[in-house]
Design a protein around this ligand. Structure first.
Ligand SMILES: Cc1cc2nc3c(=O)[nH]c(=O)nc-3n(C[C@H](O)[C@H](O)[C@H](O)COP(=O)(O)OP(=O)(O)OC[C@H]3O[C@@H](n4cnc5c(N)ncnc54)[C@H](O)[C@@H]3O)c2cc1C
Length: 473
């Protein structure tokens, strides 16, 4: 039987010899934080409050050498290892019970090469860090729509965002990666060096090593026309959105959400808390086409409220930061959709109408355009024929509401399954979705399992949507 990720995170608490811990502390330039020490309670926590875990130790790496030391220590002492970039993993893969948490949050260095349109960013950067650094040169790459999310976990799973239709997934823009392997060794991989590992990193998640820095291709992106437009939750709005996207230029990144109307000044009070469709627009094309985008938005349906304006690209990725602070409870599920059929729309309308709270949203990320110009076996991210990656995202502020929210997310997902592909986007999967990993990678699974067996035969890196190494005995 397959272990759930919760089982994987539950390591036996080991009594580590005091001299081993003292020696580890002496070898680190970063911090070693142990239970009972003042920063322990903060250091063990992750973004999703569902995961209240107690690791035996937390290492905050200050450099690559610290990462190598921590990986080696975990392996030698048989500890569960939780690698943490931005800490946003909804299943809580960035923490564990009884094991070693390796946090990269101090690794935030970024170097932009504006001439070659490249950036190298360390593994603890958030999208706020990266967008800020590249925007100074009028450049950007595809990243997440909440600025506090880590570049590491997001890129390694694929990476969806406003620029995906125009620039491809985040992993499609990855040019090279520095990696600390399960042996504690260091290598740089790219199309030309360790190409199999590089292939696996582009969608295969944190299964293959600790990525200490990512080199991305950049694109000319300065100001964008962006922001939310709210409509009643009606099938016609979703059908019009579907028609618009099918013909829209790739510079349009319009994510469709189903949620409850927030109490914002531009949303009439009578609508606050009622189910709505929201279209999150990001037009990165020429500004003289802004009016045409505005007209098209007006034709999707009766507009309840709208705040769409020109803004710097980094800003559009902060619009939901306040709505989604650390410390909420989350349980997400994901599926890929080829056609947003009328039947699927009916499911969205029915279940969207029962959205339990303001922070919850179902989001349809378009992944056509440039994402589909990459072959299904060119990177580990397999679903290049899907048009949408759907996130069913129950998120709520009060632990007492967990059962209700989780039940809603599960029922919605069950109803969508007949209208979806078997697999989903690994970064939207729940902790109890371990049995879907093969389906998520489709034709690429066997190749990933073979690479995993070579790179990490003992499954040291197992707190992720886990690709188990092939057992040879
Ligand atoms: C509020 C919110 C908004 C989101 N928005 C988007 C979005 O717009 N687009 C999108 O595609 N996804 C989005 N996601 C999903 C997101 O991609 C995943 O949660 C992702 O795992 C977050 O990466 P992280 O580094 O912050 O997380 P972490 O919890 O630190 O890590 C996630 C996984 O990656 C592994 N990992 C982390 N760092 C490294 C590293 N340096 N080397 C190797 N493995 C590593 C971890 O072990 C873990 O398995 C969002 C999630 C949240 C909670």
């Amino acid at each position: 039987m397959m272990e759930s990720t919760l089982d994987l995170a539950r390591g036996a608490t080991r009594a580590l010899p005091a001299d081993a811990l003292a020696s580890l502390r002496g070898r680190l330039h970063g911090a070693l934080i142990l239970p009972g020490e003042p920063r322990y309670d903060t250091a063990r926590r992750v973004y999703n409050a569902m995961h209240d875990r107690h690791p035996a130790l937390v290492v905050e790496a200050a450099n690559v050498a610290d990462v190598m030391t921590a990986v080696t220590f975990a392996r030698q002492h048989g500890l569960v290892l939780a690698v943490r970039g931005g800490g946003h993993s909804v299943p809580g893969f960035g923490t564990c019970d009884g094991g070693l948490v390796l946090s990269l949050e101090r690794l935030r260095g970024i170097r932009v090469d504006p001439e070659r349109r490249r950036v190298r960013a360390e593994g603890g950067c958030t999208w706020a860090d990266l967008n800020h650094a590249t925007a100074a040169f009028g450049l950007a790459t595809t990243g997440g729509i909440v600025s506090t999310t880590g570049i590491a976990g997001l890129t390694l799973g694929g990476g969806l965002g406003y620029l995906a239709r125009r620039c491809g997934l985040s992993c499609d823009n990855l040019l090279s990666a520095d990696v600390v392997t399960a042996d504690g060794d260091f290598l740089t991989c790219s199309e030309d060096r360790d190409a199999e590992l590089f292939w696996a990193l582009r969608g295969g998640g944190g299964n293959f090593g600790v990525v200490t820095s990512f080199e991305y291709r950049l694109h000319a992106v300065a100001d964008v026309l962006g922001g939310p437009t709210f409509y009643p939750l009606e099938a016609a709005v979703m059908r019009h959105y579907r028609e618009w996207l099918a013909e829209a230029p790739e510079a349009l990144g319009a994510i469709l959400g189903i949620t409850l109307a927030p109490p914002l000044p531009f949303v009439p009070e009578a609508w606050h808390g009622r189910p709505v469709v929201v279209v999150l627009t990001c037009w990165s094309g020429p500004s003289d086409e802004d009016a045409a985008v505005g007209e098209r938005l007006a034709r999707l349906g009766p507009v309840i409220g709208q705040s769409v304006q020109r803004m710097p690209y980094p800003l559009i990725n902060t619009l939901f930061d306040e709505l989604l602070p650390a410390g909420l409870y989350h349980y997400w599920k994901g599926c890929f959709t080829r056609e947003l059929s009328d039947a699927a729309i009916a499911v969205h309308v029915e279940h969207g109408a029962r959205t339990p709270c303001l922070q919850s949203a179902t989001l349809l990320f378009p992944i056509d355009g440039a994402c589909q110009r990459v072959a299904g076996d060119a990177t580990a991210f397999a679903f290049r024929d899907a048009n949408f990656a759907t996130a069913l995202g129950p998120s709520w502020p009060d632990a007492a509401d967990s059962e209700r929210n989780i039940a809603w997310g599960r029922a919605y997902y069950r109803a969508l399954r007949p209208h979806s592909e078997a697999g989903g986007y690994v970064n939207f999967m729940a902790g109890d979705d371990a049995d879907r990993v093969r389906a998520n990678y489709r034709q690429n699974y066997q190749r990933l399992a073979a690479i995993k067996s070579r790179c990490d035969p003992t499954n040291l890196f197992r707190l992720n949507q886990n690709i188990a190494p092939v057992r040879t005995t």
